[in-house]
Write a protein that binds this ligand. Structure first.
Ligand SMILES: [Zn+2]
Ligand SMILES: [Zn+2]
Length: 413
């Protein structure tokens, strides 16, 4: 297997960057092009238009500050004839724990409460330092951690879950969004805005500009910050973000295959067993993923039904099939459809986290629907299995290095 990345010469003088999708290393033009695309695979390397460090700092710190009232104030409130129930953002996790679903409870607490604080706290700190022109030694490492948490801090997915939970609850009992819920909605919108204004490549350049490299020599790229360094520096820490420099993720295909296979095994129980019990027409009923979609269509909530069908049924299936194809392609040293497969990987990596919406709906729903023997809600076995599929496929995508697709094709030629 060859680890030498092909260098693509260019007339530009902006700097050297590595495409994280294919194996190419290329110089980037210094001009103000709004979008920079890889000249080998066409994937987007950097989007500059409308993105500044100041705007990203404002959005990230706004998100971080709003997370405090979103967690501390009443989130949802329900009422029927003189009885009220109210919840906080973390109530769902505690309720799931109490009902005997500790793994799901911990996962919900992490993605909805703990990791958003860590990601947006670190992001505010890093961007704030850059706005003040401060560059402490830990800056690169802090940004690397904040960036890695992007997929796991699910404030945006939580917003979608809140919309679905609120619509479903309102169909059964009068429901109001508390001040905590309103702050959460605002935090989620600012989180989306953070993503839209954050130019990661520009942040990395602001943290430190890498020294020029000889494009004729064997090179490698840091997997976290894309810093390009001579291959002789493999196994040393990256001077910018402290990740150990290595040509490719070691054992990535084997680990990705293991995570994907485990996801396939859990996919059957996740779809065959009931996800949750919810009151429908003042009667407790258990539903599976597809029955939940059917109920939404029956209630004429077509948009919502389509959304839940995509997030809970289609996306996990596309992910499992897509990852199996990519892993098989590397193993078979396939040279076909490299660009299509590179795009597929980017799509699978991007959409996978949205499947967490169904378990999050259950977590938001359950604490405020505990009224009597008929009017109650609780998680059922498939909720844990389903969340397991989502986490395993996300891990499978993260440990898979798409550059191996291009290496494998090169090996054969
Ligand atoms: Zn590329
Ligand atoms: Zn690095």
């Amino acid at each position: 297997m060859t680890f030498t990345a092909p260098a693509i010469p260019s007339h530009g003088v902006g700097g050297t960057t590595a495409c994280p999708h294919c194996a190419s290393i290329q110089t980037t033009p210094a001009g103000q092009a709004s979008v920079l695309a890889c000249r080998n695979c066409g994937a987007e390397l950097e989007r500059r238009a409308g993105r500044t460090i100041d705007a990203a700092f404002a959005a990230a710190s706004g998100t971080f500050l709003l997370l405090f009232p979103a967690n501390g104030l009443v989130f949802l409130q329900t009422a029927i004839v003189g009885t009220t129930r109210h919840s906080y953002l973390a109530s769902g996790a505690f309720e799931l724990w109490r009902e005997g679903w500790p793994a799901l409870a911990i996962l919900v607490l992490l993605v909805l409460v703990v990791l958003p604080f860590v990601r947006f706290g670190l992001l505010s700190l890093v961007l704030g330092c850059l706005c003040l022109d401060l560059r402490p030694a830990w800056l690169g490492m802090a940004f690397r951690v904040a960036d890695a948490l992007q997929v796991w801090a699910m404030v945006d997915v939580g917003l979608l879950a809140l919309w679905i939970a609120f619509t479903r609850l309102s169909a059964t009992v009068p429901t109001t969004l508390g001040p905590g819920g309103l702050c959460f909605v605002a935090a989620a919108i600012l989180a989306l805005l953070t993503r839209a204004t954050l130019n990661k490549a520009a942040v990395w350049r602001a943290v430190s500009s890498p020294p020029p490299v000889d494009l004729g020599a064997p090179l490698l790229a840091c997997e976290a910050c894309r810093l390009v360094a001579p291959s002789s520096r493999a196994a040393e820490p990256c001077p910018r973000c402290q990740t150990t420099l290595r040509p490719r993720l070691s054992g990535g295909v084997r680990r990705a295959a293991a995570f994907t296979a485990a996801g396939v095994i859990l996919y059957a129980p996740a779809n065959l067993f009931p996800m949750a019990t919810v009151p429908i027409g003042l009667e407790a009923s258990r539903y599976t993923v597809l029955e939940g979609v059917k109920d939404l269509f029956a209630a004429r909530l077509y948009g919502l039904g389509l959304l839940v069908f995509s997030a809970s049924f289609a996306i996990p299936l596309v992910k499992l099939l897509g990852m199996s194809w990519l892993i098989g392609s590397v193993a078979a040293h396939s040279r076909r459809w490299l660009i299509l497969k590179t795009r597929l990987y980017a799509v699978v990596e991007e959409i996978g986290r949205w499947s967490m919406v169904d378990p999050l709906v259950i977590a938001l729903f359950v604490p405020v629907i505990q009224f009597n023997a008929k009017l109650y809600g609780r998680a059922e076995p498939a909720a844990t299995a389903f969340a397991g599929v989502v986490v395993l496929t996300m891990l499978g995508t993260q440990v898979f290095d798409p550059r191996l697709l291009w290496d494998a094709a090169q090996d054969r030629s």
